[in-house]
Write a protein of this length. Sequence first.
Length: 366
Amino acid sequence: MHERDLSNQQRSLLWPPKSTDEAQNKGLARRVKQVKSKERRNISEGWEVSCFVVCAVFFVAESSMLVAVLRAMRPHQWVKNFFLYAPLLFSLRLFDLESLWRATFGVGLFCVLSGAIYILNDLMDVEKDRLHPHKKHRPIASGALPEASARRLWPILAVLSLGLGWIVLGFWFFVVALLYGILNIAYSLRLKHVAYLDVLLIANGFLLRLLAGASAINVVVSAWLVGCGFLLALYLALGKRRHELSTYGESATQQRAVLERYDVAQLDLLLGLVASLTVLAYCGYTLDPTTLKRFQTPYLIYAIPFVVFGIVRFLQLIERGAKTESPTQELLRDIPFLLNLFLWVAVVIYILYTQPGRDSLLLRGI
């Protein structure tokens, strides 16, 4: 026991105990270090949260801008660019992957190009749009897309679409797309204020889409198909003016000055005439000996009822004065019209690509 105490005393002499003040100082230093470490963690976490918030705000802002740009390009109008698929369908290349890809790329380029023109058109009409019950919600009129940004954006989109068209789809596609762009710029700047010339320009825009689709896959489009396409486009353009008169009534001229020169009775007469010519042209196309020889089937005529129904249904929709901004939006919401369109496409594909009745044509020497 004594030896143990002695050894303890000896050890205490060799390693004297720390003073109370020194221990307290080290404990205080340790706590200060812990506090500083915690502060650093808090600052780091604060920076992370701040960066996240800034990035989130930037992302939301950019997303809002992108959404505004997309809305200004009017995606619901892009369905008109499906006219580019008509040459693909009637050239019997629908299942040729290269042709399908080229036609689809052409449709995409026309969506960008037409979107650029829509932005320009909204810039030209921004003051009037702000007074319009529906158009005041458009991105430029509402301020969601600043006018300065829109002015910089539309030429970039136009040049991009034209350049890619030349590089990927060739010179003639570029020429047709350029003509389409020039025509629509002229329409936006001046010619949309000239009665009846404006609907002819709209119809020619559809015709140029048809030619662009043909140039994209390097085929020659049928004269019958050109005629049918132009008459159908003219019918749709006249229907647009009729829709505006039906929807806005006496205030129509405040929304679009050129409507003052249009008359409902005259438009109804023209719509009936053009509708009849469209159906007759389609009938002529299906019965033409060249068409029969080309497709090796006499059954294309059985798709005519779908064409008639679509034309009549469109007339019903525009005459009732729908409350949508354009007849295109009304068509995209109308289940009977969409079902009829789907059935027409399905029937035409079946007839063209299975060639029912081919033997009867061979017996007739066609």
